[in-house]
Design a protein. Sequence first.
Length: 283
Amino acid sequence: MTAANRRAWRKKTWIKWAATYAVLLPGAAVMALPYLWMVSTSLMSELEVYRFPPQLIPVSFRWQNYREALTLLPFGRFFLNSLIISLGIALGQLFFCSLAAYAFSRIRFRYRDTIFSVLLSTMMIPTIVTMIPLYLIVDRLHWINTYWAMIVPFLTSVWGIFLLRQFFQTLPRDLEDAARIDGATSWTIYWKIILPLSRPALATLGIFSFLSSWKEFLWPLIVTNSMDMRPVEVGVALFHSVYITNWPYQMAAAVVVMLPILIVFFFAQRYFIRGIALTGMKG
């Protein structure tokens, strides 16, 4: 490559990168603005929130809003409840969804594909439609205001089964055939071969289930009636009353509630990206 060609290639590459960032940076700014506004509001006084024209930077940073917001309500208990619920649902979905995905991807039985198609079709049913019958079942089991009501109905996920099934189909069958020749059972193959090779997909499902459970609001609000059983999302909403809302306190609590989500995604994003990239390579 001549010097002129190298300069032309570098110029072309620089223009390409400049155009890419010119498109991405405004989009990133638009997406980041609500979060910046939330952090800014959490550091304002109540009077500053209603000032017009609105301002992004507070006049005086009220860091005590965080301490007051987290002590005004039992947020320690709220965080414990959300942690128990989110971990319970995430672990349950990893186990039950992987079992179902293994059956649909590696075990041949009659009407397997038909049953899987019917299962996928249930994803088109809105969640709100199933909420009333689900509540009646939970009430008959006397699970209202318990962890069981917030964990057990979500121990399986059709999307999780689909995700893991697609990933399991990308794994070579030679390992499974060799294990069967050595006398391994289906459970041994599932536990000692399939699961260790599927860590990226399992991490992806675990992240999704943990995050979706952590930010769940409507169902915990319906099935809990005591302050000791409320998760963090319901706790944040308690700052919003019928007559008045303390926006600085609510935004301060929202910022703290968002931190575990950011931490989980930051440490597990490489598994998340790899799992998304590898899933679906084989239909």
